[in-house]
Design a protein around this ligand. Structure first.
Ligand code: HEM
Length: 281
């Protein structure tokens, strides 16, 4: 609804909270009128003036569309959006979080040790073992069996290699064990939350995880590329297949279930962050 102020012979601009009316006694500025496709711009004339009303509040349908960022592309995009915001600026361009823990500092400034990295690999394997066992045995997650993203066997090869180099392979520690138990509990009681962890663990590893692997290897492994960072098949295609499966599963969820899944992202960063921090221990 246009806000019509008393007509003034000179140029005047009036505002109300929902609507901005530009009330011109003279010709309206061309660029504003010429802006193509501006559906929120309305113009009316009377004897002495032209009123251009620009609604600042989006139309109801548009508001609905914008409510959940990424929604139009599918649920994976919604999960990605939430996850990217939980990165620090130093970790990823889209990050918004303040750096608090050591593993949130730029990877280039890390001082990794082989012993710490081994602890990270062992605890990561403990978590992947749990995830992959659940995927292989639970009917709820049967869809995610053999996606090609599995990491457990690859990590077993890497740990064997370290052993051959004379390193002692440590036992899993609290971060891996705690996360693993948490995932087991969720898998049974809370599938939406479980899927959030599933997505974040595998997709994080394919993105930031690979970058970390490369930089750490340059520093402490003479650039050796571990099996952990290799996939059988084209990684982008494997990821795309899983994206499609996740989107399909989430289509059956209510909005509340989707939101519940998104809200779990914080925990995913917390648990994975504790495992990442082992690299610096
Ligand atoms: C040092 C720690 C980390 C670094 C340096 C890092 C860095 C990155 C980078 C560079 C990307 C790619 C951004 C892009 O597409 O342009 C990314 C994506 C992502 N990260 Fe991280 N990240 C870190 C930790 C984490 C953690 C702890 C999680 C959650 C467990 C996580 C979840 C994700 C997810 C879900 C994506 C999206 C992947 C995709 O688009 O397919 N990241 N990260």
């Amino acid at each position: 609804m246009a806000y019509l102020a008393p007509i003034s012979p000179s140029l005047s601009i009036f505002k109300n909270p929902q609507l901005t009316s530009f009330h011109f006694a003279f010709s309206p500025p061309k660029p504003l009128l010429a802006r193509p496709g501006n559906q929120n711009l309305r113009m009316s004339t009377n004897k002495t003036s032209v009123v251009i009303a620009a609604t600042t509040a989006p139309a109801a349908s548009e508001k609905q569309k914008k409510r959940y960022p990424g929604e139009s592309k599918g649920f994976v995009e919604e999960m990605r959006f939430v996850a990217m915001k939980l990165h620090t600026k130093e970790q990823a361009k889209e990050g918004e979080k303040e750096t608090k823990s050591p593993e949130e500092r730029p990877v280039a400034k890390w001082e990794p040790t082989v012993d710490g990295y081994l602890r990270f690999l062992v605890d990561s394997k403990f978590v992947y073992d749990t995830l992959e066992e659940l995927q292989a045995t639970s009917p709820t997650y049967a869809e995610f069996k053999n996606t090609g993203l599995e990491r457990s066997e690859k990590l077993a090869i890497d740990l064997e290699w370290f052993k051959e180099q004379g390193y002692e392979i440590p036992e899993p520690t609290a971060p891996g064990k705690t996360y693993s138990q948490y995932l087991k509990d969720l898998a049974e009681k809370d599938p939406q939350a479980f899927i959030c962890h599933f997505y974040n663990i595998y997709f994080a590893h394919s993105a930031g995880g690979r970058m970390i692997g490369r930089k750490v290897a340059e520093r402490i492994l003479e650039g050796r590329e571990l099996e952990f960072y290799k996939w059988d098949g084209e990684l982008s295609q494997l990821l795309q297949n899983v994206r499609e499966k996740l989107n399909k599963v989430a289509q059956e969820w209510t909005r509340e279930e989707k939101n519940h899944c998104l809200e779990e992202t914080d925990k995913s960063f917390k648990y994975s962050g504790e495992i990442l921090r082992l690299i610096l221990s």
